[in-house]
Design a protein around this ligand. Structure first.
Ligand SMILES: NC(=O)c1ccc[n+]([C@@H]2O[C@H](COP(=O)([O-])OP(=O)(O)OC[C@H]3O[C@@H](n4cnc5c(N)ncnc54)[C@H](OP(=O)(O)O)[C@@H]3O)[C@@H](O)[C@H]2O)c1
Length: 269
């Protein structure tokens, strides 16, 4: 069965569409003819994204807090009802973390995993069956290169993304004959608000734009890379964003012990 990879008039639900990579995905997909359904907590920011997507008629905002798992069925039903069906689901919303594993409060691990892993699972269960019935659809998730190059101070974050990737790897095989494809994007450092909103070990907000983030790839370029990978029907889209992430990927494969020692000394926030 041919898996859908084009965007013309496709209905795409994007979570985390109020800023960063999600906003750029929404704007660029709209420019290619997609109709977008936009979810995040900040309504004002979602309205700004909707304007970038051509405004009413082509784009609908469905605000919601993905940490409220009990509300996700209703949220997904509203997203589906916006244009009558969904062709593509982009699981992009996420929060990061800064803090040593042994110092990080379990509540922080819980919060990060709820938004990054459990919420996507709840959404998939609610949305994918209709795609299967239609025999067409695609689930896209924005994971992170940190699952390939584990980076200190991001244990809960990396674990949540790895859980999502593994879940989706199984889902991909289960959906093989259904017409529904699964794509996972793994960016390195992208210049967004992710480090500002990251949770510290005690649950406070990190509140800083980390140097690696500041020097990272633009969210526009990252979105372009993700869209190009979707168009090619790729299973995984690795997006190393600079020499450091390329070197990290290489050493992780060839000399992980050496990378352990280098990473222990590296500046990671
Ligand atoms: N930037 C990077 O270097 C980088 C690298 C690898 C992977 N990623 C991944 O890329 C994705 C997008 O992040 P970004 O870099 O674009 O950062 P961002 O600008 O902080 O975007 C995160 C998005 O997630 C939404 N979100 C967070 N918590 C939410 C919740 N409880 N309910 C609903 N929406 C929520 C935010 O919206 P509200 O605050 O309005 O709710 C925002 O739209 C994330 O999954 C992140 O892990 C980023």
């Amino acid at each position: 069965m041919a898996l859908r990879t084009d965007f013309d008039d496709a209905v795409v639900w994007i979570t985390g569409a109020s800023s960063g990579i999600g906003r750029q995905l929404a704007a660029q997909l709209s420019a290619r003819g997609a109709r977008t359904v936009l979810t995040a907590r900040r309504e004002d920011a979602l309205r700004e994204t909707r304007e970038l997507c051509g405004g009413d008629g082509r784009s609908v905002i469905v605000p919601g807090d993905l940490s409220d798992l009990g509300a996700i069925d209703a949220l997904a039903a509203t997203a589906e009802a916006a244009f009558g069906h969904l062709d593509m689901l982009i699981l992009n919303a996420g929060i990061s973390q800064r803090g040593l594993a042994v110092e990080t409060e379990p509540a922080v691990v819980h919060s990060v995993n709820t938004v990054n892993f459990l919420a996507p699972v709840h959404i998939i269960r609610r949305v994918v069956p209709a795609m299967m019935e239609r025999g067409s659809g695609r689930v896209v998730a924005v994971s992170s290169l940190s699952t390939r190059v584990p980076t200190p101070q991001r244990s809960a974050y990396t674990a949540s993304k790895a859980a999502l990737e593994t879940y989706l790897a199984v889902l991909r095989r289960e959906l093989m004959e259904s017409g529904v494809g699964v794509t996972v994007a793994l960016p390195g450092f992208v210049r967004t608000e992710i480090s500002l909103n990251a949770l510290n070990a005690d649950g406070s907000t990190h509140g800083r734009l980390d140097p690696a983030q500041e020097k990272g790839m633009s969210p526009e370029d990252c979105a372009r890379r993700i869209i190009s990978g979707i168009e090619r029907g790729r299973r995984e889209i690795l997006i190393p964003t600079d020499l450091r992430t390329r070197l990290g990927l290489y050493l992780q494969r060839r000399a992980p012990g050496l990378l352990d020692r280098l990473m222990a000394k590296a500046e990671v926030t």
